[in-house]
Design a protein around this ligand. Structure first.
Ligand code: AMP
Ligand code: GLY
Length: 417
């Protein structure tokens, strides 16, 4: 089979590596891909959001499957556009991807169907938002409604900070259109868990749990990032909690989307907080998480291709999915300055040595005149499996330390919380 993957980050590299374990996969394309993906797939010069370009490519090259991995092409309707020309596409249609694309939609869905989440209100008027913040007091959370590159959330410790965040979004337009509406919600506490689920709209099968590390620096300090490292499983997510989430959150969400006429097919990602009052949804994503995927897929023992095909055919109930009992640790190496401004173009060394004992996924890399150089904020990640988390972590850091580039930094406390 010939498969096209849309996207160009560490997640897409991990998806490509996982698909290649199935001997039916003969050829991979990736649009746009990156320096590491180029070693296992043919990279195409299309942006992930270039629906027109990708549709034209598919008409010419007839891929057997297109995997749409990132949030923005999903929200723009790439799956719908591919289906319209008869191409099999993995991922939710536009009317289902809205579960990530609009936080107001997600919150209203949870309220309507009694899915546990933080108490909230939606505002497009600044004065009304300010009034609500003053009444509720701090801490309080302000979220831009739309996709804001993971930067749309402010967990405000003071009323002043909350008022400033609402003002930035609603009148400063710092998130563009994404911030024309804001969700203001109660601040929850407790360990966070990421659970990615395969679903075809009829059956929902959770993957093994994961713990992301969103802050840039050790001890959860510094600004929020796209994710600096992940361990799987998440030690807070017990079997009993998993069963409760299935009953109160996962299945009800799948059924709610069907009831709304928006059946969700693909990977539905639940960002959960395990509060003293039970697990609650912090966010939904309509896709594989990044870097969760880099830690979760190496534990998958069933063919990812088989699962993706079953989801498209709505026969997921017939598939048994097996997971390795081993733990995984994934640590991200980032460019100095990330998530703010950072220079790029630095040569990366030590990759071959590191890859002997670890799975290396590239995110911000490209190949220039035969040399691999940095080209993004999150540059790459290393993932290692171990018989337990400590073993995996030790080996992951050993491997990561073989890699170097100017300005490289990483968190040294992944999985230690
Ligand atoms: P998001 O961009 O939706 O993933 O949110 C980023 C981070 O903000 C989450 O991972 C949480 O750590 C935090 N957060 C979001 N909503 C809440 C909330 N209601 N209470 C406490 N923390 C939150
Ligand atoms: N790691 C969080 C996300 O993919 O949104």
């Amino acid at each position: 089979m010939n498969i096209l993957i849309i996207g160009g980050g560490g997640r897409e590299h991990a998806i490509a590596q996982s698909l290649l374990k199935d001997s039916r996969v003969k050829k991979l394309w990736c649009a746009p891909g990156n320096g590491g993906i180029a070693e296992i797939a043919e990279c195409l010069p299309y942006k992930a959001t270039d629906i027109e370009g990708i549709v034209a490519f598919c008409k010419e090259n007839h891929p057997d499957l297109v995997v749409v991995a990132p949030d923005d092409p999903l929200a723009l309707g790439m799956v719908d556009a591919l289906e319209a020309i008869g191409v099999r596409a993995f991922g939710p249609r536009k009317n289902a991807a809205v579960i990530e694309g609009s936080k107001a939609f997600a919150k209203d869905l949870m309220q309507k169907y009694n899915i546990p989440t933080a108490k909230y209100r939606v505002f497009d008027d600044l004065d009304a938002a300010k009034e609500y913040i003053k009444t509720e007091g701090a801490p309080i959370v302000i979220k831009a409604d739309g996709l804001a590159l993971g930067k749309g959330v402010t967990v405000a410790a003071t009323v002043e900070e909350a008022l400033a965040a609402a003002e930035n979004a609603l009148s400063g337009h710092v998130f563009g259109q994404a911030g024309d509406r804001v969700v203001i919600e109660e601040c929850l506490t407790g360990p966070e868990v990421s659970v990615l689920c395969f679903t075809d709209g009829k059956t929902i099968l959770p993957m093994v749990s994961a713990q992301d590390h969103k802050r840039a620096y050790d001890n959860d300090e510094g600004p929020n990032t796209g994710g600096m490292g992940v361990v799987s499983p998440n030690k807070y997510y017990t079997e009993a909690i998993g069963m409760r989430c299935m009953r109160e959150i996962f299945r009800p969400t799948m059924e709610a989307m069907v009831a709304e006429g928006r059946p969700f097919k693909g990977v539905l990602y639940f960002g959960l907080m395990l509060t003293p009052n039970g697990p609650k949804v912090i966010e939904y994503n309509a896709r594989f998480g990044d870097p969760e995927t880099q830690a979760v897929l190496p534990r998958l023992q069933t063919s990812l291709l088989t699962i993706m095909e079953a989801i498209i055919d709505e026969t997921l109930a017939d598939v048994t999915i097996c997971w390795s009992k081993e733990a995984t640790a994934c640590v991200v190496a980032a460019s100095g300055g990330y998530p703010g401004k950072y220079p790029t173009g630095f040569a990366i060394s030590g990759l071959e040595e590191a890859a002997k004992d670890a799975i290396v996924c590239h995110a911000g890399t490209k190949c220039v005149d035969g040399t691999l150089v940095t080209s993004g904020g999150r540059v790459l990640s290393v993932t290692v499996k171990g018989y337990n988390l400590d073993a995996a972590l030790e080996k992951a850091y050993d491997s990561l330390k073989k890699i170097s580039f100017d300005g490289m930094f990483f968190r040294s406390d992944i999985g230690r919380r």
